[in-house]
Write a protein that binds this ligand. Structure first.
Ligand SMILES: *Cc1c(COP(=O)(O)O)cnc(C)c1O
Length: 364
């Protein structure tokens, strides 16, 4: 009876939602976590506890300054958030009228754009990628010319889970299609793995461009929840209207500041090189296996494979303590599994298990 009562009280569009199936929610056992595109490195930081009795700044100045310098922008163009996920949510809350407006996504892509929209009763339009994972510009043009304009167009580059980047001429084409109509949000969560592909240079020219960044991937700080939105100050001001009063806790600000120091950035770059090297090693090891076919590209810290007997393979890996991510529910990704690049020991264990699985025909 209580459940019925709570069900009746629940917001209509929330009642039918299922929570985001994060990698961590799906599987929490295992030894090797190669399922959430986290970094295998855990770096050291120091904490000053002197001000823990005080509320923190809403936008800690030192973190804004450090990130602005890192991104080559002014601090008026930067917003600090509780991960890039909060940036996605703030954009939806700041720009979309619930029950009326929509966002546009280009699947297969990151799941949180749609989930976040649904949580606020905002519609999701889709312009799926072409079969080679490039943008379908004709479909985007149709939507840009339609009477049903989205408020936000989400592009992800490098894209999760395909590892592909969108060439700048195509980003420019989308910016032109939606000029004066919609905001174009480029999610650069993995940009440190392809740093010449950043679109920050376009911010000065396009007032409807937003770029999302995070410390969760290359910076190895998924646990602290710190991300950034980069945009014209007019957009930043809207986001500041809907953000919580204290989104960035003091310990998070302290750690972010250290991560963005010159030695922190150098360490990140070293770890990115290591992971790129490991990615190449993994790719070479798996190339000889007839059961696995590489999909997409290697522009981030993961690889995507179409796998024979993919459910049995997943199960075999889980039984042996290795977690990777099933992406097969997404459009174009039938039988596809995503592997996060780990450290050498993790990658070796993974390769050995996959080789055993296919060579010995386990669970055939
Ligand atoms: C991991 C990821 C995020 C989320 O980053 P957080 O800062 O941890 O919230 C956003 N976008 C993409 C494409 C991601 O893969």
């Amino acid at each position: 009876m209580d459940k019925q009562f709570i069900d009746n009280l629940t917001c209509d569009f929330v009642r039918d939602l299922t929570p985001y199936e994060s990698a961590r929610r799906l599987f929490s056992g295992g030894n090797d976590w190669l399922n959430a595109n986290e970094s295998p490195f855990s770096n050291d930081f120091s904490l000053d506890t002197q001000r823990f009795n005080r509320y923190p700044d809403c936008q800690p100045e030192s973190v804004l300054n450090a990130y602005a310098q890192y991104a080559g922008l002014d601090k008026e163009q930067v917003l600090v958030s509780r991960g890039a996920d909060e940036g996605i949510e703030l954009l939806i809350r700041g720009f979309c009228n619930p029950g009326k407006d929509s966002i546009l996504i280009c699947p297969p892509t990151y799941g949180m754009y749609a989930i976040s929209a649904q949580t606020f009763n905002v519609d999701v339009q889709k312009a799926p990628l072409n079969s080679d994972f490039s943008l379908d510009l004709a479909a985007l043009e149709n939507i840009a010319q339609s009477g049903n304009l989205p408020k936000l167009v989400f592009l992800c580059s490098p894209n999760n889970p395909t590892g592909t980047v969108i060439p700048q001429n195509q980003i420019l084409a989308v910016l032109e299609l939606f000029a004066g109509k919609s905001l174009v949000v480029v999610d650069e969560a993995y940009i440190e793995f392809s740093k010449d592909q950043t679109q920050t240079c376009l911010l000065a020219q396009f007032p409807h461009l937003v770029i999302l960044r995070t410390l969760s991937k290359a910076y190895a700080l998924a646990g602290i929840r710190c991300g950034f939105a980069l945009a014209s100050n007019d957009i930043i001001k809207v986001l500041l209207k809907v953000i919580a009063p204290y989104p960035v806790s003091d310990p998070v600000a302290q750690i972010a500041r250290q991560a963005l120091s010159s030695s922190g950035v150098a360490l990140m770059q070293e770890q990115v090189s290591y992971l790129q090297n490991e990615q190449e090693w993994l790719r070479t090891q798996l190339a000889s296996l007839p059961g696995m076919q590489l999909q997409g590209d290697n522009k981030a810290n993961f690889l995507l494979y179409r796998c024979q007997r993919k459910d049995a393979l997943m199960q075999y890996l889980v039984q042996n303590g290795v977690l990777i991510r099933d992406q097969s529910k997404q459009i174009l990704l039938q039988d596809c599994l995503r592997i996060t690049v780990g450290n050498r020991e993790e990658n070796q264990r993974l390769v050995a298990l996959i080789q055993q699985f296919y060579q010995e025909g386990q669970a055939a």
